[in-house]
Design a protein around this ligand. Structure first.
Ligand code: NAP
Ligand code: GDD
Length: 334
């Protein structure tokens, strides 16, 4: 019988890549979506449009234990990938309470439902490099102390600890991936990489006159989302659950990202980028760079897309989206 996977956050960037990956492996793939997504599939299920007929989608809310319980009872999954979250760090400064409620309670509800209804199910929690926050060592690995700088980061530390606690207390096969930033042309438009590539493409097409950004000096370890979801799956294939850092080991500034994307389309970005102090965060994570040596050793996972591959794939995609001719010949990753 085909193994059955349940994915929360299946409509997001990672959820859509993971669903495709698991379908290709022969899984029966179920996803939890918000009820509104089923009412407005054209807009809310856009990333799943190619695979929608092969998925089983269930309406449920991360805020409701009863609804999570019902979906887990109806599916009894072999593997559960918990990706749903309020994932935008900036928004967590605007509404701390809902970020904590959704991200912590949602994780707890799912773990509890799995323990009670499907105890053999293997559980993946989407941890984040934001948990490291104000880092005390570079690069960061599985032993680096957490010092989150936002309620988003705090919610992920809480989810990580809940996952560890279910593993140790109830014997749940529960794993956290500590994933560093990963991008693709499916990235949400509010995240800085997609904001840059979509914004510069619009400027090049004459559809926009400026791009407003915040801190250009922040540095991130950017990988490709399609490769990172494969690491999630590899983690759940281990006999014994363990936590893993997933990263490229390279870090680049937001400024470098803008420069490379603009160079590709021959745009003098300094004429168009406006630094907006309102886009600075009240507390920033200045540098992130991960050490994924454990993932390489235990999972055999290694990233292959480079920073420049990712920037070029995204800018080319967004140029095509606004009708600009495709000037480069780099291979598409997606
Ligand atoms: P994303 O594109 O923002 O997707 C988030 C998903 O969560 C969407 O499917 C969204 O559904 C769902 N969601 C949000 N709030 C919800 C709620 N209240 N109830 C039900 N569903 C809800 O995020 P992503 O980039 O794919 O990331 C996936 C996970 O990995 C997240 O937990 C994120 O925090 C974590 N993470 C991401 C990165 C990264 O660089 N991408 C790095 C580390 C960790 P709607 O479509 O209905 O909004
Ligand atoms: N979003 C955004 N918009 N960020 C900006 C802007 C802007 O206009 N200008 C500068 N930045 C800087 C932010 O201050 C931050 O330092 C950096 O760009 C990256 O911001 P985001 O792309 O929003 O991502 P993030 O690093 O905060 O969070 C992402 O990665 C985490 C893993 O480290 C998200 O995917 C999280 O869900 C994920 O956990």
């Amino acid at each position: 019988m085909a193994p059955r996977a349940l994915i929360t956050g299946i409509t997001g960037q990672d959820g859509s890549f993971l669903a495709e990956f698991l379908l290709a492996k022969g899984y029966e793939v179920h996803g939890i979506v918000r009820r509104v997504a089923l009412e407005d599939p054209e807009h809310r299920l856009g990333r799943l449009s190619q695979i929608r007929p092969r998925l089983v989608l269930h309406a449920a809310s991360l805020e409701s234990y009863a609804s999570i319980h019902q979906v887990v009872a109806a599916t009894i999954p072999d593997e559960c990938y918990h990706l749903a979250a309020q994932s935008f760090v900036s928004y967590s400064f605007d509404d701390e309470f809902s970020t904590l409620q959704t991200n912590i309670n949602g994780t707890h509800y799912l773990l509890a439902a799995i323990k009670n209804l499907s105890p053999r199910c293997r559980f993946y929690f989407a941890g984040s490099s934001e948990m490291f926050g104000k880092v005390d060592e570079v690069p960061q690995n599985e032993k680096t102390a957490f010092h989150p700088r936002s309620t988003y980061g705090i919610s992920k530390v809480a989810g990580f600890e809940l996952t560890r606690n279910y593993r140790e207390t109830y014997g749940t096969h529960a794993t956290s991936g500590i994933l560093f930033n990963h991008e693709s042309p499916r990235r949400g438009f509010e995240f800085v990489t997609r904001k840059i590539t979509s914004g510069l493409a619009r400027i090049a097409a004459g559809k926009s006159r400026e791009l407003r950004l915040g801190n250009l000096d922040a540095k991130r370890d950017w990988g490709h989302a399609a490769e990172y979801v494969q690491a999630m799956w590899r983690m759940l294939q281990l006999d014994e659950p363990e936590d893993f850092v997933i990263a490229t080991g390279q870090t680049h500034s937001v400024r470098e990202f803008v420069q490379l994307a603009a160079d590709h389309i021959g745009l003098d970005w300094e004429k168009y980028v406006v630094i907006d102090p309102a886009l600075y965060r009240p507390s920033e994570v200045n540098i992130l760079v991960g050490d994924a040596a454990k993932a390489a050793r235990v999972l055999g996972w290694r990233p292959s897309a480079t920073f420049s591959d990712i920037v070029l794939e995204m800018i080319r995609h967004d140029c095509r989206a606004v009708g600009l001719p495709d000037s480069a010949s780099q291979p598409q990753l997606v």
